[in-house]
Design a protein around this ligand. Structure first.
Ligand SMILES: Nc1ncnc2c1ncn2[C@@H]1O[C@H](COP(=O)(O)OP(=O)(O)OP(=O)(O)O)[C@@H](O)[C@H]1O
Ligand SMILES: [Mg+2]
Length: 322
């Protein structure tokens, strides 16, 4: 609870309160003595009482359950509807950082628990875009073409990599990833549900087990031949679905696919490419397909199965081009 009711009865049976009140009254008197209690102005007692309420208002923000912050749900851009029923929307919930899942150049991913005090709550992946790195965002070039911001002060700040500018870039990437996840999730692509975006932080459905062990990246696996073929077909299905919506991942690799409960899930999407509008759209699409097929070939899948050229032709057509 963030707020107390300051009923008079609460004051009466709280002896600690009376001690502190007396202390504050003494302090108030010595600070401002002699202070006549005039009509229409606060009496000293009243002043002390208000000071105490203020003090309580601060101590009250002490978080329950050893949490790190109150939920940021209320301030955040919220995920697409219909919202899964596990999403915690209560403003009395708290967030606890359970550690780093992965640090990267552009973002750090933390494991976060969001719960109502006294309940288990849910685990989330908190992807926090960094703004403190010098060599930020290899993905800036090309991808942001045509997405330029209108306000030139912000453009200059970003170009000059001032602290303000770096933060704006980080925030832009967070917003781009959240928008991409929301869009893809809404058309049924195999992506984790994007819970919210607040500043440079995106909270995403955690893919992993209840103990906080994340689902493995495809790159970490050595699948048996049958499983390998099955995973390739899942990847093709995902690519087709995206292409049908005119989208390419833009940075697809075995590192940006997680295998969660046998399902291939696509992550790391801030740079999704609009295949039709982006002048290099088809180039990005082809690179995605080659990257991924390359990994499957290295694991032993035949090039006849991947049939890259045919697949590319099919995806191009699905995107409404060619
Ligand atoms: N929703 C999620 N559930 C579980 N683990 C996740 C989730 N999102 C990210 N991770 C973990 O964090 C890692 C990094 O995530 P992601 O690829 O989105 O960030 P990144 O900073 O762009 O990483 P990189 O630069 O290594 O590609 C993933 O490989 C995965 O291990
Ligand atoms: Mg990644």
């Amino acid at each position: 609870m963030r707020q107390h009711d300051y009923e008079d009865s609460d004051f009466d049976d709280d002896s600690d309160f009376h001690d502190r009140l007396a202390r504050l009254q003494r302090r108030a008197r010595s600070d401002r003595a002699p202070a006549p209690a005039r009509r229409g102005r606060l009496t000293e007692d009243e002043r002390a009482r208000l000071a105490l309420l203020r003090e309580d208002a601060y101590t009250e923000t002490a978080l329950p359950d050893g949490a790190d912050r109150w939920t940021t749900w209320g301030e955040a851009e919220q995920g697409p509807l219909p919202r899964p029923d596990w999403v915690i929307t209560e403003l009395g919930a708290v967030d606890t950082d359970l550690g780093v899942l992965k640090t990267g150049k552009e973002a750090d991913v933390h494991l976060l628990r969001r719960n109502l005090p006294g309940t288990d709550g849910v685990l989330l992946a908190a992807k926090r875009y960094r703004s403190d790195e010098h060599k930020l965002f290899h993905r800036d070039a090309g991808y942001l073409e045509g997405r330029r911001m209108r306000r030139s002060r912000e453009n200059r700040a970003m170009a000059g990599r001032t602290t303000f500018g770096r933060n704006l870039i980080a925030e832009q990437w967070a917003a781009a990833e959240f928008a991409a996840l929301s869009r893809l999730w809404a058309f049924g692509a195999p992506v984790p549900y994007p819970v919210q975006r607040n500043g440079t932080e995106v909270l995403i459905e955690f893919l992993g087990d209840g103990d906080g062990a994340a689902a493995p990246r495809l790159a970490q696996l050595r699948p048996e031949p049958g499983e390998l073929t099955e995973l390739w077909h899942q990847a093709v299905a995902a690519l087709e679905l995206l292409a049908g919506e005119g989208v390419a991942h833009g940075d697809l690799s075995a590192y940006n696919l997680l295998v969660h409960e046998g399902r291939l899930m696509v992550i790391d999407l801030p740079q999704v490419v609009d295949v039709v509008a982006n002048p290099r759209g088809l180039e990005f699409l082809a690179r995605d397909v080659r990257n991924l097929a390359g990994w499957f070939h290295a694991r032993g899948l035949s090039e006849q199965v991947t049939a890259i050229d045919e697949l590319l032709a099919e995806l191009t057509k699905a995107a409404g081009l060619g």
